[in-house]
Design a protein around this ligand. Structure first.
Ligand SMILES: Nc1nc2c(c(=O)[nH]1)N[C@H]1C(S)=C(S)[C@@H](COP(=O)(O)O)O[C@H]1N2
Ligand SMILES: [Mo]
Length: 216
């Protein structure tokens, strides 16, 4: 009798009670698509991911090579700056932390930031400690299936919170680049697309860091 799908509002009250709803956000049961510009048509035969900058040796993986890297699944709550949050989203892909721990990527001691480079020149900047935590993933799959084209197929960055908030540092979802093609390690920070457009550089949803205050 009670095993019907919960309504949006009931679900929202539940996650609110669990302290999982950041201030100013509301729960969505859908999966909105948000990006600037067109959706790229990627050919897996020519796709690659380049790791460069402040690393001991630059690395380039083609699609086949990328798929041989160690894989994990992560369940995250994701928070978009446009005020929707989506809970218990299941992602599968490659952990940047694992790639570094296992010596696939060797950052120089000077590396402090990672710039995600995407198709058509979209970039977003992330501190190294944020993208080497367990709540950041280089994702190929959402909910058990390859990413939809518009959600970043074949590869995207994903950042979110764990349900128990064990990993406190997180960022709004724009800090996960869709159609990812490069990871640039840097000693100095370099604002990305939305960060240059007036969005907050750190973008912590728990602190409601939506916009860079100086503009308002
Ligand atoms: N390449 C690229 N990645 C991007 C964006 C973009 O414009 N281009 N927008 C970001 C923003 S603002 C959000 S909220 C998420 C949305 O991901 P979704 O469309 O899968 O919900 O992608 C992020 N990654
Ligand atoms: Mo966004």
């Amino acid at each position: 009798m009670f095993n019907r799908v919960l309504g949006r509002r009931e679900q929202e009250d539940t996650v609110k009670g669990q302290m999982r709803l950041p201030p100013g956000q509301s729960l969505t049961q859908k999966f909105p698509v948000l990006h600037y510009g067109p959706v790229p048509r990627t050919d897996l035969a020519t796709w690659d991911l380049k790791v460069f900058g402040a690393v001991e040796e630059p690395v380039t993986w083609n699609w086949e090579e990328f798929n041989q890297l160690p894989r994990i699944q992560v369940t995250l709550d994701i928070h978009c700056v446009t005020r929707w949050s989506k809970f218990d989203t299941l992602w599968e892909g490659v952990s940047l932390k694992a790639l570094i721990d296992q010596g696939f990527i060797k950052p120089l001691p000077t590396a402090r930031y990672v710039i995600q480079h995407c198709e058509y020149g979209y970039t977003t900047n992330t501190p190294l400690e944020l993208v080497t935590a367990d709540n950041f993933l280089l994702a190929t799959h959402y909910d058990g299936k390859p990413l939809d084209l518009e959600h970043g197929w074949p590869l995207r960055g994903v950042i979110g919170s764990f349900a128990d908030r064990s990993e406190n540092k997180t960022a709004y979802f724009w800090k996960g680049g869709k159609w990812l093609r490069g990871l640039e390690f840097r000693a100095d920070d370099q604002p990305g697309f939305w960060e240059n457009a007036g969005y907050h550089n750190e973008a912590d949803p728990w602190a409601e860091q939506r916009f860079a205050n100086r503009w308002f």
